[in-house]
Design a protein around this ligand. Sequence first.
Ligand SMILES: Cc1cc2nc3c(=O)[nH]c(=O)nc-3n(C[C@H](O)[C@H](O)[C@H](O)COP(=O)(O)OP(=O)(O)OC[C@H]3O[C@@H](n4cnc5c(N)ncnc54)[C@H](O)[C@@H]3O)c2cc1C
Length: 396
Amino acid sequence: MNRTFDVIVVGSGPAGACAAWRLAKAGVSVAVVEKAALPRYKTCGGGIVGRAMQALPMDVRHVVEQDCHTAQLNFFPGKLSFTSHRPTPIVSMTMRNQFDYALFSAAQEAGATVHQRCVVDSVLFHGDFVTLVTGAGSMNAKFVVAADGALSTVSRTLDLADGRVLIPALEYEVTVPHDRLDTFHGIARFDFGLLPHGYAWVFPKQQHLSIGVLSMVRRGSDLKQAMARYLDLLDCGFVTQVARHGYVIPIRPRGQFVEKRIVLVGDAAGFADPVTGEGISFAVRSGLMAAQSLVDGLLEEEPVRQAYTGSLSETILPELQRGRLLARLLYDFPRIRSWAFSHLGQPLCEAVTDVMAGERQYQDLALKPRTLLRLLTPKWFRNSVHRPARPRDDRA
Ligand SMILES: Cc1cc2nc3c(=O)[nH]c(=O)nc-3n(C[C@H](O)[C@H](O)[C@H](O)COP(=O)(O)OP(=O)(O)OC[C@H]3O[C@@H](n4cnc5c(N)ncnc54)[C@H](O)[C@@H]3O)c2cc1C
């Protein structure tokens, strides 16, 4: 077995598989090291939002179980409800074992060497190369991409301050009778107000429902109880079969992303969306960006650092920062949220849908003072405000 590569990617989730795919396509010698035997279950809603689909460099339509062209946002108490529709899917529903395997296979086809059932235990740093100590022996590389998820072993070997915030989330794979399943068809459903700082969701799959709940604060929420209440509310308390899973989502990024020839991507870097907890979009994008930076930086540490942090600062980081503002409004101020949605529910629902569908970014949304003012000002008042006359068109 070859044990020396230009780059070793640890983890074959969306961040790792996309990084390996891009590196292999560029002709870099790259290996993927994955602790699980693939395909493997991953605790996740498996919802691939439109902006994630747009970011993916390979076709994954064959693993989509159901397209949702409708997003439904419900608010409790008060039972406010809003729906948005789009001609292209807002969320495409997959199971992560199939989705991740499709990405992994694409990386392998592009030329990446793969090692499954291979756990990275520790990392040794030598200046101009890195050694990974795995259950199957040692491997060397000029660079390592840490794509090993929220509890990243590779990142823990670096002396980096971990500024990420890891929030808890539950995902239940719930089998219900077919007539009940049909009532959720084609709709990505999100319910707010059932627990203090979080939300719950139903993602319909081909044969079952993926039902989840998350809290944006680390402690204090009894997610299991919230889930039990939610299943009752959905009239799914009688479910015929349920598989329960829980994990964490990092909703705040680290401060550093390249250190000692290690490049951090996806959940290892803390790139999940702070409003929704959706992590696949920026896992894919950061994986691709890291790979491009390694290619452009010719595997030299300083140029790679500059290229990657430069790309992140122009794209993912400002978007996450703007998202955090919106998340504070949504989860920390429930009264303002109730007021905002009772007055502006439909435009807000459309705005969040636009972001998920990849039609706009948080940076373009209501958090700009001018747009906020427009949203918060009644239409009759806006129409009554004097507008300056448009310049005369002399060609007319
Ligand atoms: C309950 C829940 C629901 C979610 N729902 C959604 C959703 O619907 N849509 C969405 O976009 N996001 C969702 N997310 C977030 C999403 O799952 C993550 O953000 C995303 O998986 C991050 O991708 P990644 O490639 O960075 O890491 P991961 O997908 O976690 O992949 C990491 C990989 O590294 C491997 N690995 C770990 N340690 C080692 C090691 N030491 N050696 C070798 N390999 C290792 C793992 O086996 C794994 O395959 C959800 C998260 C949770 C917890």
